[in-house]
Ligand binder design. Sequence first.
Ligand code: 13P
Ligand code: SF4
Length: 402
Amino acid sequence: MVIKLKIPTIPITEIEQSAFCQTDEELASKTLAEEFSAGVRWQKLPVEYMRMSPEELRQRITSARAKLGDTAVILGHHYQRDEIIEFADVRGDSFKLSQYAATQGQSQHIIFCGVHFMAETANILSEPHQKVILPNITAGCSMADMAQIDDVMDCWDDLERVLGDKGGVVPITYMNSTAAIKALCGRNNGIVCTSSNAPATFDWAFERGQRVLFLPDQHLGRNTAVKMGIGVDEMVVWNPFKELGGHTEEELINAKMILWQGHCSVHTRFTVDQIEKARETYPDIHVVVHPECTMEVVNAADSHGSTEYILKTISEAPAGSKFAVGTEVSLVNRIAAENPDKTVFCLDPVVCPCSTMYRIHPAYLSWVLDGLNEGVVVNEITVPDDIAEQAKIALDRMLAIV
Ligand code: 13P
Ligand code: SF4
């Protein structure tokens, strides 16, 4: 049996944004009932799961997982809680996990412990007999939500009208976007990129057009363009709430990069001031940040790259190295624990987990695994065939060049 549902978008409230921020405490999961009392609104699930202690859940997940054997595979994004990562068959960045999902033809069920756009991508790249499950259906991505397909289609129509005969525009969308936006790129000679391959996709785009529309993260777009020698005076930011994105036709004609006005609220918390403080305390520190940080922060850092890049950079460094890291705290804490011979800390002293990644509480994992053992598929993520087909074109273009 498959339970079909309408996907609700539950925006992150001010309360949820800061509900799990911490300064010196460990980020350990509590019962789901206790976490709900912090004022969050997540997916409802049977009440028995709400009250289970973290240890009960661990035992229950362990036995349900064992029963499923290799009919199921559990994928864990690096930003997931430790209590989820311990059950992941593979962990990685969004690109690595989607690629991995595409090779797991023997597993009937792919349980994606990450966020909605990642599960959608896994559905597009996996085989028809496989079902992709997102344990908590409300685990979206606030950045992906900043680019709604209707607004992007309006933008695209405006750009075609203004720029039509003045040099083509190639759409590039970051993996952190809905399948509908990936499909728009697929049918308009565009491509998908990730935080690890954005420069290669920019080369691809500039071989085919004179300018790029980059969705939905203005910071990844700007940081990549600057790295490739494009000046900030050649870029405009498209505000979807303003006529022509807030620009004159002339400004659009002169622009090489049109950056969608989207951002990640986790990564825009990092500041140059934090980097300076880290350098004052540890003169030999290496500052490594995610490219979703602002341009000022990326420029002030020593290196930048995807979550997988950050993990690899620190893991492969010699003992005694020191790292200040600008990315989500669950990953930073895990890297610190796994590298006790190095100094590893988060740039921001008040650290907040990604609120939507955090919505995957172990109770949800337990619930979906129990469901599978009873023949019930809970929270299946599917992309309509026409959208999946067009989105796959844009994904395949990316896979062909990296
Ligand atoms: P990665 O692709 O680097 O894992 O990043 C995904 C993400 O959501 C970062 O905020
Ligand atoms: Fe989205 Fe930012 Fe969370 Fe990544 S860290 S999933 S971009 S909200």
